[in-house]
Design a binder for this molecule. Structure first.
Ligand code: MN
Length: 247
């Protein structure tokens, strides 16, 4: 089997290296990843300039684009053989609830949703993880299970792993996305020439984070696995909306 790996933390990120080492024991692994940290790039594609891809000494291909550029290139012509699945990560930092809308990790997986197997995004629940090996082992278990018992191929599995030793995990838990309060305010400052600058502030605190949610599962020590779909349509509102429009 051939697996395409990507991430949004950049081709040098330790989480990507741990993921590649783990999945190499199971499959042919091809790494196509951004040349620098593109966290929170979401599903952006680079359209206004050309994109360059360069093969590094370790075999990784680095791309001067977004995570979505990487996977898009990889499955539309950069690689000689199409991979059967995409695994993105292992991200340094959780992708819980609303985070998935901004995440480049989830976006990389999303871009691989038309391949033969479900796409997997995997993140550690810490911005400076101590236990990438736990995430790597979880990734290997997930991919092994998907090969033996495939799920619908157009599903995207958003996996969040507590930053704990593997033995300390309580198990796996299927979850729904929770959500956060409104983001913290932007941080206003000035540059050395007196111009006003802004830093985007931290995400909001957990709001909908009770039992059943991804937030709750990782807080309790479980690997959270949320099945995602790309269809953002609010189906329950189609009929009321039609009535509203026709009135
Ligand atoms: Mn990231």
């Amino acid at each position: 089997m051939r697996i395409l790996l990507s991430n949004d933390d950049g081709y040098l990120a330790p989480g990507l290296v741990a993921l590649a080492e783990a999945l190499s024991t199971l499959a042919d692994v091809v790494v196509v990843a951004p040349e620098r940290d593109r966290s929170a790039a979401s599903n952006s594609l680079t359209l206004a300039r050309p994109i360059r891809a360069e093969k590094m000494n370790n075999g990784y291909i680095r791309v001067d684009g977004t995570p979505t550029d990487c996977v898009h290139l990889a499955i539309t012509g950069l690689l000689d053989d199409e991979p059967e699945m995409v695994v993105a990560g292992i991200n340094a930092g959780a992708n819980l609830g609303d985070d998935v809308l901004y995440s480049g990790t989830v976006a990389a997986a999303t871009e691989g949703r038309f391949l033969g197997l479900p796409a997997v995004a995997i993140s550690m629940n810490s911005h400076s993880p101590n236990h990438f090996q736990t995430g790597a082992r979880v990734a290997l278990e997930m991919v092994t299970r998907l090969c033996k018992a495939p799920l619908s191929p157009d599903v995207i599995l958003n996996v969040n792993v507590p930053d704990l030793p593997y033995e300390a995990l309580k198990g796996y838990c299927s979850t729904r996305l929770g959500n956060r309060h409104k983001a913290e305010p932007v941080i206003k400052d000035s540059d050395p020439r007196g111009n006003t600058i802004y830093w985007v502030g931290p995400p909001g605190a957990e709001q909908d984070a009770g039992p059943g949610t991804d937030f709750y599962a990782v807080r309790e020590g479980y690997v959270s696995v949320t099945p995602l779909q790309v269809d953002l349509t609010r189906h329950s509102l189609l009929q009321p909306l039609d009535e509203w429009l026709q009135a």
